[in-house]
Design a protein around this ligand. Structure first.
Ligand SMILES: C[S@@+](CC[C@H](N)C(=O)[O-])C[C@H]1O[C@@H](n2cnc3c(N)ncnc32)[C@H](O)[C@@H]1O
Length: 309
């Protein structure tokens, strides 16, 4: 299957990196869109492209074949950035980009079990070597854990009824497919809510995908690790597609950019906290009208950046 994915905030995020002939990391290689633009801007230097999905590694390696002298693809989780660089004998990098979430390819490829529009075994693993999939999650999580993740990661107000229905149905027989799950979700929702324009299973599927891939859990630690390997003046740019992700990025960036946190009534600073980055932008950069017209995924995209001091 062809790898279809339109990069979001492509120019804006790569411009932020101020690419010169240095060492850069694309932590979310996907179809290689951002990587290709970075490589076009370098005459020497090196780009490390990381993805936990082997489909992305193959598709991007093929697309970036002409840059193979400057490009290294790594199948791994970007949260292991320090280890990945250590193995490549790289101490510091000049910039990095994270374009979070799933690619359109992952959603479109029915057999991966990410989509409520295609019937397949429940899966949703970005990393096909990981043993834990949506099947295990749906058939083993307690009702309260199901409710918690559907609320938190799906912002789904019918989370309690959906969690209850999942548990009731799996007692009859295991829930094995995307269509089975989608039906269970629909039946837990009132008729009016089901008829709204968005697919009724959209928010719950998103929540399950985020939990299966530990997308929120790893984010803060990964950002801190990327910052620790940036050279002074190096930039980290991050594109998010979910309000909770953006909140984490914003909070961690603000924390890294702030100095002393001692109470105001302390005569001298005892915390010794110093800013280690500067914010590239205070407000997130969002897509312009043209991108919004041409790419549905752009609607929720937010770009933030920091510069290492
Ligand atoms: C939105 S797509 C990236 C698209 C890419 N920037 C492009 O322009 O083609 C996100 C990609 O990141 C990968 N990904 C998400 N979280 C990851 C993680 N923690 N570690 C490694 N890869 C990850 C996904 O497998 C997916 O291929």
């Amino acid at each position: 299957m062809e790898f279809n994915h339109i990069s979001v905030l492509l120019d804006e995020s790569v411009l932020m990196l101020g690419v010169k002939d240095g060492i850069y990391v694309d932590g979310t290689l996907g179809g290689g869109g951002h990587s290709e633009l970075i490589l076009k801007k370098m005459s020497g230097g090196r780009l490390i492209g990381i993805d936990q999905d082997t489909d992305a590694i193959s598709a991007a390696s093929e697309r970036l074949e002409e840059y193979k002298d400057k490009f290294t693809a790594v199948h791994n989780n970007f949260s292991n950035i320090k280890e990945i660089l250590r193995e490549l004998n790289i101490e510091e990098i000049d910039g990095a980009i994270l374009d979070l979430g799933v690619s359109s390819h992952q959603l479109d490829e029915g057999s991966r079990g990410f989509s409520y529009n295609k019937d397949a075994r429940l899966d949703m693993r970005m990393n096909k070597e990981q043993p834990f999939s949506a099947y295990e999650l749906i058939n083993t999580y307690s009702e309260s854990d199901l409710k918690r993740i559907i609320y938190a990661y799906g912002e789904e107000r019918f989370a309690p009824a959906i969690a209850r229905n999942i548990v009731a149905e799996r007692e009859k027989k295991p829930i094995e497919t995307t269509f089975q799950l989608s039906d269970i979700i629909k039946k837990a929702m009132p008729k009016e809510a089901r008829q709204k324009d968005k697919h009724p299973a959209k928010r719950t599927f998103q929540a399950i995908r985020i939990e299966v891939n530990r997308e929120i859990e790893i984010l803060e630690g990964a950002i801190r690790d990327f910052v620790s390997v940036l050279k002074p003046g190096g930039v980290l740019s991050v594109i998010t597609f979910h309000s909770l992700e953006d909140r984490i990025v914003k909070t961690v960036f603000n924390d890294l950019a702030s100095g002393c946190i001692c109470p105001k009534n302390f005569p001298v600073c005892v915390c010794n906290k110093k800013p280690i980055v500067k914010l590239y932008n205070k407000k997130p950069i969002v897509s312009g009208e043209e991108e919004l017209r041409n790419n549905n995924r752009a609607h929720s995209a937010k770009l933030r950046g920091i510069i290492k001091l």
